[in-house]
Ligand binder design. Structure first.
Ligand SMILES: [Zn+2]
Ligand SMILES: [Zn+2]
Length: 129
């Protein structure tokens, strides 16, 4: 079964999928061992374009940055050259994103790139007074 490439960045997506052989390139970044044969070796995820995965449905792999530093890197993936992108299935991608999010949360306070406090607006006082 062929999967229709996304409308935006179709050429880039196709290049990434071709390099990946239409198969998820995750080799444990998501935290899974991907070891269907129980060899206790870290293997590559088995999910390919057009596969059906329970609870996920039809797989259309996502082009993601190979070395994401933070969540924002995912948003700017379309600006990267194909060789800096990897094909990933949604379950792996979601797990990687979760790991990045929780790692970001663990950063000590005040170390954030942006201090959002100055953008906070005090809640409106309800006309009780
Ligand atoms: Zn995968
Ligand atoms: Zn994975």
């Amino acid at each position: 079964m062929t999967v229709r490439p996304p409308l935006v960045g179709a050429a880039l997506w196709s290049a990434v999928m071709k390099a990946a052989g239409d198969r998820c390139e995750c080799q444990g970044a998501c935290g899974k061992k991907h070891d269907p044969d129980r060899t206790r070796q870290q293997q590559r995820c088995q999910v390919s374009n057009g596969d059906h995965v329970s609870k996920v449905g039809l797989i259309a792999l996502i082009a993601v940055p190979r070395d994401p530093i933070n969540e924002g890197d995912f948003a700017t993936a379309a600006r990267l050259p194909a060789k800096r992108l990897a094909a990933m299935c949604r379950p792996c991608h979601d797990a990687v994103l979760r790991k990045i999010r929780s790692a970001t949360k663990k950063l000590p306070a005040g170390d954030d790139l942006f201090n959002v406090d100055e953008y906070r607006v005090a809640p409106p006082t309800t006309g009780a007074a």
